[in-house]
Structure formats: C-alpha cells, structure tokens
Design a protein around this ligand. Structure first.
Ligand code: ADE
Ligand code: ZN
Length: 336
C-alpha cells in the first residue's frame, strides 16, 4: 500500500507556500538576512510545533515567515517544496500565498510573486510539474486591506488563477469579504475560501452563496448540517481536506476520528492535501498514508480521492483528461 500511495500521480490543491518552510531553511534564511529567531536550534523549533488550535499555529507560522526578505528567499522556499512534491509524484499543484504577511513587513508584492513564480517556471521545465497560484486574503485583517491587496495584484493577474481566504476563521465570516470577492470575480479570478475548519457550517453556506467559491478549503464541519451536505453533494463542490493538519490543530482528536471516509461515503468530492507540511509532519504521501492506515481506506477510495483532485483542479479539459488517464493507467498497471 505504501508504494502504491507513493507512486499514485497526485494533485495538491491546498498548500500554503509559507507553510512549506522547513526549520533548516528557516535558519539558513535567518542567517542570510541577519534576522534573529526566537529559537536556539532546529530541535527547539520542532518542539514548539505543538499546537492547541488554529491560532496557536498561526502565531508561529507568521513569525517563521519573517525570515523571507528577498526574491531568492521566496524562490528557495518554493523550489524546496516543488522538489519534495515531485519526489512524491505530485503532477500538479495549486499553491496559496499570503501577500499581506510580507507586504505588511515592507516586502514588496513583486518580490514575493516573482520569487515564487520563477520556481514554478523551473518546475514546469525541469520536473514536469504543473502549477497555479492562488492569492489569499488574511481574514483577521480588514476588507479594505484585502481590496488594497487585490489592487496590488492587478499587474500580475496573469500569474494568479484565483483568490482565497485564510487565517483565523472564527469571528471572521466570509460575509465580511463579499465586496472584494465580487470585484475579484468581475476581474476574472476564480474564488475559493477556507470554511468549516474551525468555523461553523454557516461559514460554508456564506462561502458558497456570497463568495461563490469553486471549492471549499477544509469544509470538514459540513457534516453538522444535513442540508449543506446535500447541497455540496448535488453540486459536487470540492472539499480540500488536510488530514494531518486537522489532527495537529485539534479539529479531530486523532486520525482514527477523522471524517474523511464519511465524507466520501456521503458522495462528497473530498480531496487530500498537506496545508502546511513543514509544520504538520508531512507532505502528500504522509497525509495519504496516515488516513489510509487510520481509516482503512482501500485502493478504490484512494483512487477516488486522487481523481477528485484532478476533477477539482483549475485545469483545462485536455490537461485534466491527460492526468486522469495517467492515474487510471497507474492503477491498472499496479493491480496486475
Ligand atoms: N494559513 C495557513 N494554514 C492555514 C489553515 N490551516 N487555516 C487557516 N489559515 C491558514
Ligand atoms: Zn489552509
């Protein structure tokens, strides 16, 4: 099963690039940029990755991102993620970035996007790994700040497929961002939003009805509302589920209690993703392995999860069909 999972051609649809910054690179960049970290060693950093909820993680995650200053830093972080993804046979990835985490520290928008984008171009050529970029607004900041960020992104619109919404969920309902999402859609961006990770099903309804999202990021709390589950199933709205993240941030007490298998059983378009792999103990393969073992997923369920990701990706139909064919051939070849 382990080698089957590792070899599966995969798509990742929920990865915060700042969440891929491993402690080793964090220390290297801190030294390069003369920044002092609140940790004495790499071991100390890893020990601090003991979270009680989303906010306790975000505090450390934003502090870690403080070592990113120059275009090369963003390139190095992104390239390290892409190499790792490639080694796990991720064939397509849709990457979130949080411009406000950087522009609020005085790092120009273009430094962030040029650094990340240059690595994506190299991955396309050198690793045959395709990708898209999704720009997230930080929901604990104001709607006006999100609108300003959208404005800053306009010169780079051809590099960004969609806008999203992340950071502290509770107390920051999607509704707060209706006007800026309206504006983004009018400009031609697709939309996604984190909803139903820690927040209530009501936030998922708002993401669907007000932000008109193509996908819900996380969405695991949808099961608390039968009508919502019916809607998500009828419309096959993808949920980008992040199993290791959910256990690390105490959304579920253990992987055995995760509802991924239940979501599939309800006919929902669930997918598996890593969220912030450097902080949560694993990339795509580790996420698949952890849920497979805890929930005894069979090969059909694993194939369904991966197929859902290709169905849910912002790909054109020819690319989508090519990846799905690659997946189907892999499964057929490994069952003989
Ligand atoms: N930013 C990075 N990871 C996140 C998560 N899991 N939820 C909300 N915002 C995030
Ligand atoms: Zn996330």
């Amino acid at each position: 099963m382990k080698s089957f999972i590792k070899g599966l051609p995969k798509a990742e649809l929920h990865i915060h690039i700042e969440g891929s910054l491993e402690p080793e690179l964090m220390f290297e960049l801190a030294a390069r940029n003369n920044i002092s970290l609140p940790f004495g060693s790499i071991e100390e950093v890893r020990k601090a990755y003991n979270f009680s909820d989303l906010q306790s993680f975000l505090n450390i995650y934003y502090a870690g991102a403080g070592v990113l200053i120059n275009e090369q830093d963003f390139y190095d972080m992104t390239w390290a993620y892409l190499k790792k993804a490639h080694a796990q046979n991720v064939r397509h990835t849709e990457i979130f970035f949080d411009p406000q985490t950087h522009t609020n520290r005085g790092v120009p928008f273009e430094t962030v996007i040029y650094g990340v984008h240059a690595a994506l171009v190299d991955a396309e050529h050198e690793l045959e790994l395709s990708s898209k970029l999704i720009m997230c607004f930080l929901r604990h900041l104001s709607a006006a700040a999100a609108a300003e960020t959208l404005e800053q992104a306009l010169p780079f619109q051809d590099l960004i497929v969609a806008v999203g919404l992340d950071s502290s969920e509770i107390g920051h309902p999607p509704q707060k961002f209706t006007p800026v999402f309206d504006q983004a859609r009018a400009l031609g961006f697709r939309t996604v939003a984190h909803a139903g990770e820690e927040g209530p099903p009501e936030y998922i309804w708002q993401a669907l009805d007000l932000l008109k999202v193509s996908r819900i990021d996380h969405g695991v709390r949808c099961v608390e509302d039968t009508r919502l589950v019916e809607r998500l199933a009828a419309e096959q709205t993808p949920l980008t589920v992040c199993p290791l993240s959910n256990v690390k941030l105490r959304v579920f007490d253990s992987m055995e209690q995760h509802n991924l298998k239940e979501l599939l059983g309800l006919g929902l378009c669930a997918t598996v993703n890593s969220d912030d792999p450097a902080y949560f103990g694993g990339y795509m393969t580790e996420n698949f392995l952890a849920v497979q073992q805890a929930l005894a997923l069979d090969r059909d369920e694993l194939q369904r999860l991966v197929r859902n990701s290709f169905e849910a990706a912002f790909l054109d139909q020819a690319e989508r069909q090519r990846f799905i064919q690659e997946l189907d051939s892999y499964v057929a070849d490994t069952s003989r």
